[in-house]
Design a protein around this ligand. Structure first.
Ligand code: TYM
Length: 330
């Protein structure tokens, strides 16, 4: 029996952790870990759906773990682990694949976008959300904090779980996606019609959590905006300014309405300076913690403890699933 509701999230190490990942997922987890039994992992199997350099990937996985902790994930409150170290997860994923139709998987927006204009996409790109369902369902996660771009995948996990429960008996908790109240999706600073994404080849538009103060300031000061010179939230007509307002409200104490009021009669330059300083100072503090952590032995211990707990839960769920499906010997 669970004592508390569970919350879980993961990030795939296809590039350095971005400000989008921090605001969309990690920051939410930092709050939620005080209330729920929390699980956070590096989704390294998901990274393989697009080509990776093995050496770089290996380094990045460790950096992600240290970055989670530097951002405020507390190893005493959250279970932290590396997805590929739990071999039950892909095994569970396969069982779930057999309960998912091809049509359902191929309707996922991200699959459609990433397979378009790419004749050589891997089968893994199609099954990717089902592996994500396995991540979520093995440990009976009640809530999954994600950016809005991943909401559809959490809903798929819920549909798969519901169908499995109906057909084979109660097996899974039905998960709910948790997006921040504004459903915020941090946009690329150069092209605010796109999300800020680590896999995107747009270094000027993406703030990385390892960027220097100077780089962050430069990127924000050069962010694409409109020419109205009015600081007002309007995602449709003023995506650049609205994106900066989203960043500022996520990292500071002021609401969007308060920011609009504060910068009512001020030009974009002043406002950008404020957002740049706020962002650079916030990230600088995280980097200081990261530097203390990255080479500490503590990380190994945290990961050993995390994976042990994760494997225990996944093994139990796998056995139940096999039994329900008629795969057990007795
Ligand atoms: P990934 O690695 O693309 O992104 C990790 C998390 O960061 C959020 N995010 C954003 N939020 C706001 N603005 C942005 N610009 C932005 N960019 C990314 C994403 O919504 C996500 O929450 N498939 C997942 C990883 C995953 C996972 C899971 C997540 C694997 N298994 C189980 C939750 C539960 C992914 O590729 O996220």
């Amino acid at each position: 029996m669970k004592e508390k509701k569970r919350v879980l999230t993961g990030i795939k190490p296809t590039g350095e952790v971005t400000l989008g990942n921090y605001i969309g997922a990690i920051k939410q987890m930092v709050k939620l870990q005080n209330e729920y039994e929390s699980y956070i992992f590096v989704a390294d199997l998901h990274a393989l759906t697009i080509p990776q350099d093995p050496k770089e990937l290996k380094e990045r996985i460790k950096k992600f773990i240290a970055m989670y902790i530097a951002c405020g994930i507390d190893p005493n409150k959250s279970t932290i682990y590396i997805q590929s170290e739990n071999e039950y997860i892909p095994a569970i994923s396969y069982l779930l694949e057999c309960s998912t139709s091809y049509g359902e998987a191929s309707r996922m927006i991200q699959f459609k976008e990433k397979s378009k204009n790419n004749a050589n996409f891997s089968v893994g790109l199609l099954t990717y959300p089902i592996l994500m369902a396995a991540d979520i369902l093995y440990c009976d996660s009640d809530y999954v904090p994600v950016g809005i771009d991943q909401k559809q995948h959490v809903e798929l996990a819920r549909n798969i779980a519901e169908r499995f429960n109906k057909k084979y008996g109660e097996t899974f908790v039905l998960p709910e996606p948790l997006t921040t109240t504004e459903g915020v999706k941090i946009k690329d600073l150069k092209d605010p019609s796109k999300k800020m994404s680590k896999s995107e080849d747009s270094p000027a538009g993406v703030i990385g959590m390892f960027d220097s103060k100077e780089e962050i300031t430069k990127k924000i000061m050069r962010a694409t905006t409109d020419s109205d010179n009015i600081i007002k939230y309007d995602m449709e007509n003023k995506p650049g300014i609205s994106n900066l307002l989203n960043i500022a409200t996520s990292l500071g104490d002021l609401s969007i309405a308060e920011l609009e009021e504060k910068f009512k009669n001020v030009g974009y330059g002043e406002f950008k300076k404020y957002v740049a300083e706020l962002t650079a100072n916030h990230i600088e503090k995280i980097q200081e913690k990261y530097n203390q952590l990255i080479n500490s032995e503590e990380l190994e211990k945290i990961l050993n403890k995390g994976i042990e707990k994760s494997i225990k839960l996944a093994k139990e769920k796998y056995e139940v699933m096999k039994e329900r499906l008629g795969l057990s010997r007795n």
